[in-house]
Design a protein around this ligand. Sequence first.
Ligand SMILES: *[C@@H]1O[C@H](CO)[C@@H](O)[C@H](O)[C@H]1NC(C)=O
Ligand SMILES: *[C@@H]1O[C@H](CO)[C@@H](O)[C@H](O)[C@H]1NC(C)=O
Ligand SMILES: *[C@@H]1O[C@H](CO)[C@@H](O)[C@H](O)[C@H]1NC(C)=O
Ligand SMILES: *[C@@H]1O[C@H](CO)[C@@H](O)[C@H](O)[C@H]1NC(C)=O
Length: 353
Amino acid sequence: MPGIHRLLVVLLPLLASVVAHKEPKTTQEVEVQRALQAAAYHCAPAIEQFTAARQRSWAQKVLAGRPSLPGYEELFAAGTYADSIAPAPNGDQTMMGCSPVKETRIQNNSCVLTPVVTEGPYYHKAGHPIRQNIAELEDGLLLLLDIGVIDVETCKPLPNVLVDIWQANATGHYAGHPTPAPHLVDEQPQVGGKRAGLLSAFPRTNEHETFLRGAWPTDANGVAQFTTIFPGYYTGRATHIHAKVFPAWTTHPNGTFSAERLLHTGQFFFDDAINVRVDNMHPYTENPIRHTRGRTRNWRDSLNIFEDSHGPEREYNPVFKLDFLGGVIQQGLMGYITMGINASATVDNFWKG
Ligand SMILES: *[C@@H]1O[C@H](CO)[C@@H](O)[C@H](O)[C@H]1NC(C)=O
Ligand SMILES: *[C@@H]1O[C@H](CO)[C@@H](O)[C@H](O)[C@H]1NC(C)=O
Ligand SMILES: *[C@@H]1O[C@H](CO)[C@@H](O)[C@H](O)[C@H]1NC(C)=O
Ligand SMILES: *[C@@H]1O[C@H](CO)[C@@H](O)[C@H](O)[C@H]1NC(C)=O
């Protein structure tokens, strides 16, 4: 490990100088770069490569560039990826080109439409703040998210669309919904059927809480990054994070936004192997159902949401790729996912409870 750190430290100044010279200047150079870029996007599994390039960029930034662990807004200062994603006019075409990449489920589907699944009962149409750090004061395992958006009609990254995410806190509560309705305090989860394991949704009784809700536009490379905590679980649902994507929005003076046309509503998951580790970490151990109903495994997710999130032919993988941010899991995780969105389509905003 120390060897790798040193290597990256040595490489960084080199990279910076390469980057400084690779801006195309003449019309011809611009054309060449555009052609290279188009070729790279179409001859290789775009989603896989897109993610790989971002992972490399993070490795450089997090492991070498910063002495301490990343934290808040300044972590996501602009322009992180511009140089590592665009192929250099000469040379570095392996990053987005036709280099062999390891087999994954989506490799043969360079442009897979990410399945639309229910938004669930905890979305707030008004009030999601525009911000990258959605953690507020919630306690939990640091989780950085790197969410890429690709337009399935072009297979190219989709810049400037708003990625809106929301999730439960470490003990399984959504902001604004702390408790069950009074007459449902002793409700038992439904037995059998698609809703097996589910309870009625907790009503919104707190209008002011906004923790673990927030939206941020994708950058020029189609990526939106967030700082959050690993979500906790609640009755009947596999551990997940919700996302919506909007092509246009209006910002309000109080820092929130409104949007009408919707491009996507989906949910993302974590490998159960990681969920098991996090279950055993404080404050996830304080989950009130830990010793009763416990965490719902991905394969048992109610309403078939985990299954449906893979698409009818399981052509999409809705599970975050995770990296450790530090040497041990307690230092946090970095999660990558890429969404394939049809930028010409409008999807329904639906809740099929
Ligand atoms: C890719 O998928 C298609 C359709 O599922 C299949 O016919 C084809 O053989 C696959 N190609 C490779 C290289 O796996
Ligand atoms: C922020 O402003 C919008 C638009 O005026 C409003 O709908 C929303 O309720 C406000 N949110 C808060 C937390 O004040
Ligand atoms: C999660 O939110 C609920 C409801 O607001 C709160 O009671 C609980 O303490 C929070 N969990 C943690 C770990 O802070
Ligand atoms: C995208 O949506 C448009 C409008 O609904 C549709 O005509 C087109 O076939 C879709 N493209 C893909 C790749 O799904």
